[in-house]
Design a protein. Structure first.
Length: 231
């Protein structure tokens, strides 16, 4: 559709990188983008930003003014250590060992998500995980104004979410079953501790909408109470 209408299709793969396939989301979904951006994943964790694309979009000069070059400056531009790490990474994913990491990837991580969800369900805990391959998101099965506190219980067990508030877990592709079992055990301990402390209790009639309304009312009351000096 973008090609038919002359629209530049841009894939932002700074976050996803090469987790889904050796060719990234383009290969995974079978869609060829016009421009693609990458971040630290392409440099083994080093600070780097990459923009790739069609020649006509990447050209840095005008045909009628070839000496008028568009310069792109930056702190990490062509840093030797970063460039070497990026070269090693790109070569590695082309090796048999690198390609082996992607073999049966969806089945592997879908199975792990199903296993953890079954454990949580059997324990009667109101939390489940949803995943796209090795990228996971924590979801809650019943409304509660304290669901967000799970991140701190997870941290107490040694698990840190990638971004506070998003409930997201990102796994490296070389995670073994033993590694994952340790994560699942810690996740269960965190959820069970939160349950024992009563933070998953809620009014049976509560909904996500009513919880949000109650919190909003309390925030407004607090704000105006402070302004009036009566809180």
């Amino acid at each position: 559709m973008c090609s038919e209408r002359g629209i530049v299709l841009i894939f932002d793969e700074v976050f996803v990188g090469f987790r889904l396939a050796p060719g990234g989301a383009q290969e995974y979904f079978g869609v060829k983008a016009d421009l693609v951006t990458y971040g630290k994943t392409v440099g083994g964790g080093f600070p780097v930003g990459v923009v790739c694309g069609r020649r006509v979009l990447m050209k840095r000069f005008r045909d009628d003014r070839p000496a008028d070059i568009c310069f792109a400056r930056g702190t990490f531009n062509s840093h030797p250590a970063v460039m070497a790490a990026m070269d090693e990474f790109l070569r590695h994913i082309e090796t048999p060992e690198g390609r082996a990491l992607y073999r049966g990837l969806d089945d592997l991580w879908n199975g792990r998500a199903e296993r953890l969800n079954a454990m949580l369900n059997d324990a009667g805990l109101p939390v489940q995980v949803a995943n796209l391959s090795s990228i996971w998101t924590v979801c809650y099965t019943r409304p509660s104004r304290y669901n967000w506190m799970l991140q701190y219980y997870l941290r107490a067990e040694g698990l840190a979410l990638s971004w506070i508030g998003t409930g997201r877990l990102i796994f490296t592709l070389n995670y073994s079953d033993t590694d994952f079992d340790a994560v699942a055990e810690r996740f269960m301990k965190a959820a069970q501790a939160m349950d024992r402390d009563g933070f998953w209790w809620c009014d049976p009639t509560a909904t996500n909408k009513t919880v949000k309304r109650h919190i909003l009312r309390e925030m407004i009351a607090h704000r105006f109470g402070v302004l009036r000096g009566t809180w």
